[in-house]
Design a protein around this ligand. Structure first.
Ligand code: ZN
Length: 490
């Protein structure tokens, strides 16, 4: 017997076998049992989650010789014909390749002929129905408005929003959902047992995770893995054959980054690439890893979301990086993924990103920066700092401040760290202080800008139009140096 791919071999044959769509299955079963059969159904949902299978099960339920029944026998001639796709009364049409109005006109003429065997229904399954042209939809509309009593239309689509409202309103709609990763893993386990294959739990979980809720994708990947696994599916073998970066490698890389060890991180990166991992795959795996860290830091411990059990992730990394750091790291990796397609050298981009990750804990978020600037603004507005000359970088808790913002006071001590520029050297000399009166210093620049814009911004610091507020002016001054630069090394 010819080899049959797992997705075809394990296609569900009854509503009870329809994985992950319990609500749809229960509703369809109920309507068949009570005889409330609609003339048109619309199944929508992501690819590979059981829409076409459900349509075929529904067709068999309606046309089974023992039916209509919610549990088609599967052995009568009608059931077998539908399975093989040879039934004269169940017509499957691919909407993607039959988009024209003429195709639909043909359907309109055909529906006038009753089913080949009396007492049955004539069922049209139109897949990817959203691909039909507008005129085709209009032609179809006439038919589904007043169909002959023996006709049932089952439409399936991945793009529900592209189906005209006039069609939707005449159909009973069913939304198919992505299948839970755990459910897919359990199905794969059953498949392994059925095929007499050994499999590591983590490996099956990985396949389930990669398929992102599509059982068909899971089966396809499963077949690929089975083909090189020799009866024993192992994570290590998958990683090696498919060129993936394993969790242990990612942990080691993140540990080097978190320890500011750029030499170590770049060397590790090189050895991962040497092992045959493609740069794009590397970035994808790294992004997935960072996402898991972020979820973990946010308190999510569900294995299906993290991809691994929480204790598999490096403790030193989780300790060293906080949520803001990881968020920034993830955004560096995601923009890296966008950039490498157009880059002169994807490898250089990757190295730059890894190097940036090594300084993640030095990164200052715009929120921190803005509170530092607010506190600086407050001290300038209070008129104290300029007269005092070099200002010690102590929090101005004892100083009267104009705005009196708590956030400003909290991070006022970071001023010297936040503000770079010509004054930074002087600041160091004067003992961690920031010389606001020095020519070319931050404060001097600030005053120049204020003067150029008139005094309105100074006299109304709390006005709601923040576009002209002192804070915004400072932001503009630093645009391109801190605010838009992803990382600041101290
Ligand atoms: Zn049957």
């Amino acid at each position: 017997m010819a080899y049959e791919v797992t997705a075809t071999r394990r296609r569900p044959k009854s509503f009870d076998e329809l994985a992950g769509q319990e609500f749809v299955a229960a509703t369809l079963k109920k309507s068949i049992e009570t005889g409330h059969i609609a003339h048109a159904y619309l199944f929508s949902g992501p690819r590979g989650c059981g829409k076409t299978s459900a349509a075929r099960i529904l067709a068999r339920s309606l046309n089974c010789e023992k039916g209509p029944t919610a549990a088609p026998c599967g052995v009568c001639s009608s059931c077998r014909e539908i399975s093989k796709g040879t039934s004269l009364d169940v017509i499957e049409i691919d909407g993607a390749s039959n988009t024209s109005v003429n195709d639909v006109r043909q359907i309109r003429e055909e529906v006038l002929f009753p089913p080949a065997q009396s007492g049955r229904r004539k069922i049209y399954i139109i897949d990817e129905v959203h691909m039909l042209s507008n005129s085709a939809f209009n032609a179809l509309l006439k038919t589904i408005e007043e169909p002959p009593p023996y006709i049932v239309f089952i439409f399936a689509t991945t793009e529900l929003h592209e189906v005209p409202a006039t069609i939707k309103s005449r159909c009973q709609q069913f939304a198919f959902r992505l299948i839970a990763i755990e459910t897919i893993r359990d199905i794969l386990k059953d498949t392994c047992a059925e095929m007499g294959i050994q499999a590591e739990d983590e490996a099956l979980f990985w396949i389930a995770k990669e398929s992102t809720g599509s059982l068909r994708d899971a089966y396809t990947l499963f077949d690929q893995v089975v083909s090189f696994s020799d009866g024993n599916i192992r994570t290590a073998a998958i990683r090696e054959k498919l060129g993936l970066v394993g969790l242990d490698m990612l942990n080691a890389l993140a540990e080097a980054c978190a320890a500011n060890d750029s030499a170590g991180a770049l060397t590790l990166m090189d050895s991962i690439l040497e092992s045959g991992v493609a740069i794009e795959q590397f970035v994808i795996d790294l992004a997935g890893y960072c996402r898991s860290l972020l979820l973990l830091k946010s308190g999510v411990v569900r294995e299906s979301l993290l991809g691994y059990s929480p204790d598999r992730f490096s403790a030193p990394v989780l300790e060293r990086w906080d949520e803001v750091h990881i968020e920034q790291g993830l955004s560096i990796i995601l923009s890296l993924y966008r950039d490498i397609r157009y880059s002169l050298s994807p490898r250089y981009e990757l190295e730059t990103a890894v190097s940036k990750l090594c300084w993640l804990d030095k990164w200052i978020s715009p929120v921190e920066l803005s509170s530092a600037v607010i506190s600086l603004r407050n001290s300038i507005l209070s008129g104290k700092t300029a007269a005092m000359g070099p200002v010690a970088a102590e929090p101005p808790a004892t100083e009267p401040s104009a705005g009196g913002s708590a956030a400003g006071e909290r991070s006022a001590g970071d001023n010297a760290r936040v503000v770079p520029g010509p004054a930074a050297g002087d600041a160091k000399k004067s003992g961690d202080g920031l010389d606001l009166s020095a020519p070319g210093s931050f404060a001097a620049e600030f005053r120049k800008m204020m003067a150029a814009r008139g005094t309105s911004a100074l006299s109304a610091p709390e006005r709601s139009d923040t576009r002209e507020s002192p804070l915004e002016l400072v932001r503009q001054m630093f645009r391109g140096t801190i605010v838009s630069g992803p990382l600041v090394k101290s």
